[in-house]
Design a binder for this molecule. Sequence first.
Ligand code: HEM
Length: 465
Amino acid sequence: MSSTTADRLKEFPSARWFIISAAMFFVITTFVGLLVATKFVWPEFMGTAKWLTFGRMRPMHVNGVIFGWLLAADMGVIFYLVPKLCGTGLWSEKLGLFTVVLFDTIILCAIFTTSLGITQGLEYAELPFVLDVGVTLAWVLFGLNVFMTIAKRKHKKIYVSLWYTMGAIIWTAIVYITGNFAVMFFTGVNQANLNWFYVHNAVGLIFTPLGIAIAYYFIPKAANAPLYSHKLSMIGFWSISFVYVWTGAHHMIHGPISQWLQTVSIIFSALLIIPVWTVVVNFFGTVSGRWDQVRRDPVLKYLMAGTTFYLLTCFQGPMQALRSVNAITSKTDWVVGHAHMALFGGFSFFVIAGTLYAVPLMVRRPLYSVKLGNHAFWFMLTGGLIYFFSLWTGGFIQGLQWNDASIPFVNTVISMQPYWVARLVAGTLIFTGAVVYLYNLSRTFWGPDTEEAPATETASVVQRG
Ligand code: HEM
């Protein structure tokens, strides 16, 4: 039986608007990243207009992708999976819609403030005070909606995705307030210490638990298999909550902070292996024996590639924290490769999978095109791999050169050129993938009602419940 667009677009309005606006910001802000990458290859590119300089476009890209894309997409998918796991509707869709409008307004304002050069001057915390207050308010409203939904749940059991979601909401509040407000009361090394606490935990206690919550929900669903081990999932949750918070200082190894703090951060970085191992074993264990499904289904492709990148990121992290390795890799382009693997290859892949699975169910029609879903995946995967490997190689060589006092600094910049060209090619592929992904989602939302589901490879993808 066919339903009209108006009928279909009644369910999960807050989740839908978060997801579609995030997908738009994904395209816009990766395009900004592409422009920044072009500047590395042709420094005169885009002239000397102030708002088009590296110093303004870089924070626009970084804040745009992490907040406008990744966090917003996570919030959208969480607004879908929490009600599903609780067997009830979202506590307040009106509040949810208000949160979307508030959050997206902040992101639009942030695009202007970064282009005007208005900044707090701290990594990942460039947004001005008033926008920080807005983000905090939006987060409180988001958290309230999620916690109230969980409070009125029909299913007694709390599935691991809900644990990670609740953890992420509390940790994000602490991490964001520390990095954007408390940090202003300190100066010098103490301020740097708080800033790195924020930067590292933005990844470890915001995007990691949200990404894992999403993957824990969608991997068993998409593979149509029970979770490999609930016990393991709980060990992972509690260990991440104890271990992660100590690792931020590993960004200042060989820096002016005390040796004991450096050693503590190194030890806890190594201990991260525990939560990571539990998650990865659980994810691969769940899909084990169902690899033919991965071949057909873009959702599982994103989830499994994301798991692999998560594992690699968390293998690199403890290694980079070792004093000997850190002396080579720290502050080089290696770290940029590492950051993109975590936030793009890991957590963006998880949330893209979540949207490709959930959106068709929200709008009660199949994904517009599974073929396009697969194409977007291959663009992003190929681009991602070229991006990561070129910057790891280039960054490692850069670090070795920096350690050799006989090499003038300018020569170390010149020797990065081939790797930056490769990054530009990679960025073009990733951007193309993002456009295809947005097109596919938009057609799924708003394609004509008469449009037939593409009758390709996809029975399993089309008939999800
Ligand atoms: C077209 C794709 C992309 C390109 C070409 C690109 C390019 C860049 C460039 C040139 C920088 C500045 C690096 C520097 O200062 O040396 C950067 C930084 C950054 N980008 Fe991207 N980016 C892309 C996609 C993404 C995505 C999808 C995410 C996350 C979801 C992301 C997250 C970041 C982060 C977190 C940083 C800061 C890295 C650091 O300082 O360690 N980027 N990107």
